[in-house]
Ligand binder design. Structure first.
Ligand code: NAD
Length: 264
């Protein structure tokens, strides 16, 4: 029997990168999957890569819009009858060029980054969790970042949003644990995706590709599949006694002080 046979998963951010890798892997392991994203072309591409036998739906949704989230959840329940797994993966980076210091931060940027990364995550939990609580079963996986643990991996708004996701993971786990609904988070390090394309393009164009991920203890950047693997672990019954945790999946990056000048 496949690990996720008879399970229904809702995956946001499924139109690219980590969300796509997660949705495809869930489908390969037997789940029925609802793919949600703002990008229609991204959703179509993910849908095209689905295994032929995989039952799935595509849905354009902005996770920061509560009405759209409510509709997404009720349509998922209507189509598949339940939601066993919620993967909150949709996210956006800080928009300011070169991560300006806090003295130059724009309120609009903070509003938009927190709306998608943090409030969007809360809205999905808010509307999916009651269905899980009613069945006394469910696993929610949020996507934070090493940027939510340490500075230096994103702009201020992005880092604050991801620190918020880590804390929401703990508070939501406490709210929902009594109904056997688990809430965990992954904290990816640098991974090559749509979000980080500008970083990778710049490094490759300037002969700095060898520096990408070089400061991690594993001396390399990550692959979306490696984040998906951790997300699927939390989603699975193998993690049945784990809740409220935020797991760095970062090649050891946050295990080290990684002081400039201390490494060869
Ligand atoms: N790539 C990395 O190095 C890295 C590191 C740490 C954390 N993350 C996190 O991983 C998650 C996935 O990012 P990725 O790296 O795969 O980037 P990505 O840009 O490839 O994928 C993000 C997806 O989210 C979608 N999205 C953006 N705003 C949305 C909204 N309001 N509603 C619905 N969908 C929306 C985008 O259309 C896109 O398809 C994000 O939460 C990101 O912050 C990424």
């Amino acid at each position: 029997m496949e690990r996720f046979e008879n399970r229904v998963a809702l995956v946001t951010g499924a139109g690219s990168g980590i969300g796509r890798a997660t949705a495809l892997r869930l489908a390969r392991e037997g789940a029925r999957v609802v793919l949600a994203d703002t990008s229609e072309s991204g959703l179509v591409e993910t849908g095209n890569q689905m295994p032929e036998s995989a039952e799935h739906r595509r849905r354009i949704v902005n996770v920061a819009d509560e009405t759209q989230v409510k509709d997404l959840v009720s349509e998922t329940i209507k189509a598949f009858g339940k939601i066993d797994i919620l993967c909150n993966i949709a996210g956006i980076a800080s928009t300011g060029k070169g991560h300006p210091p806090v003295t130059e931060n724009e309120r609009d940027e903070w509003n938009s980054v927190l709306s998608v990364n943090l409030i969007g995550t809360m809205l999905l939990i808010k509307h999916v969790a009651p269905h899980m609580q009613a069945r006394k079963l469910g696993s929610i996986i949020n996507t934070a970042s090493v940027a939510g643990i340490r500075s230096g991996a994103g702009g201020n708004a992005y880092s604050a949003s991801k620190a918020g996701v880590i804390n929401l993971t703990m508070t939501a786990a406490c709210d929902l644990g009594g109904d056997n609904v688990r809430v965990n988070a992954v904290c990816p390090g640098l991974v090559e995706t749509g979000m980080t394309k500008p970083i990778f393009d710049y490094a490759r164009a300037h002969e700095k590709a060898h520096k990408l991920g070089a400061r991690c203890e594993l001396r390399r950047y990550g692959d979306p599949e490696e984040i998906a693997a951790a997300i699927l672990f939390f989603a699975s019954d193998d993690a049945s006694y784990i809740t409220g945790q935020a797991l760095p999946v970062d090649g050891g990056n946050t295990a080290s002080l990684n002081l400039p000048g201390m490494k060869v």
